[in-house]
Design a protein around this ligand. Sequence first.
Ligand SMILES: [Zn+2]
Length: 453
Amino acid sequence: MPGYYQIMDYSNGVRNFSANSPVDKDIRVIKEDKNTWRIIPGKNSSFSISYDVYSDKKFVASNFLDTTHGYIVTAATFMYIEGHLDIPVTLKIMPFTGWKDITTGLDRVVGRINEFTAPDYDILYDCPILIGNLQELPSFEINGIPHRFLAYNPGIFNHDKFISSLEKTVSAAINIIGDIPYSNYTFIGIGPGYGGIEHLNNTTVSFNVDGLDKPGEMIRMLKFLGHEYFHNYNVKRIRPFELGPFDYNMENKTNLLWVSEGLTVYYEYLIVKRAGLMSDDELLAGIESNMNTSENDAGRHYQSLSQSSYDTWDDGPFGNKSGGTDKSISYYEKGPLIGMILDFSIRNATGNRKSLDDVMRFLYRQYYKKLHRGFTDAEFQQACEDIAGISLSNEFEYVYTTKEIDYSTYLSYAGLKITELTDSNTGKRKLTISRQDDLNPKQKLIFRSWSGN
Ligand SMILES: [Zn+2]
């Protein structure tokens, strides 16, 4: 499942596999390995295959089906012909009795009911499908491009207020890159469950929020949705070399999930802040919270940020906390802090004429638009250094080694300071970020531009 960096045992859900041909009675099926079914036709004839898929888990990367709704994870459901991921696909859905709605990022086949098409399997696997009686929240357009929100059982809250905030969040994300690369975008709320996964023109998110009108809950949700939305740029289009085209049969390992996930966490704070939906204090509190989790993780002495990206297939998305001694970290926690350090370093070196936003725009134009490929570890660092106009080798040591982070230096570039206490009972470090009292003009400029004030 692209976007979920764990091996999912999807083939284990396949039952009753059969191959059928009206003219070939000798057709046979051999289950060649855990993940491959080989059809041996006796004659040179066409055939069809049929199988059931067990669907019982309420999770964005798993199939779910009951009498109320169905969520189809296409990568978990539709088999491909080995060596032929590039062929076009047509899909016909027959909804359960009484179900009126289908939503997916797939294109509809013009003139056909409940038929969808994809130019290849990569696009098919990028478009999960939600079926049932769905609620459509108010839609909005940005630069003439429609953005929709469809959900199963979204909960009770003020739809207009929520969508107005979501629109501001999406606009703030678009402003960072300056281009909208899709012709329509859909937020797909799969109801109660957990997780969110990004796609090229849609995201599927667990979404069932009765308390959404409470301010803290609204900010939490906007950060979550802003994160998944920003991924349409960072990881779906601005991507590490290894993350596409995918090998669906094995791990797709990269050192750069700290960029794809960590910087997306960093940008979720900035997007919601620049959308005007969060205060300075809430922005700093978000970063501070990452900092405290990261600095109290014993694994930071053992595993670098790049290693945590590469090893996530073994360690799990948040590091391996099991087995007593914790020797791993989470790129979701340390990654955004390194994003901030790179951002402040670039801003400081250029008198705030450049920032990490320029790096993201450069990667988008150079590797996605122009070269149609991902970037390597060295190309990412080079992009940061070219834009900063200085070497950032000290800063990239925080990526490739376990060196202790000198937060004070980097925070001071934006007129911020850090204080530290140690809890005498737990031994835990408590780090607090606050504004310095007297800021020089450069610090003022950097803070204002960074926070979008
Ligand atoms: Zn993410």
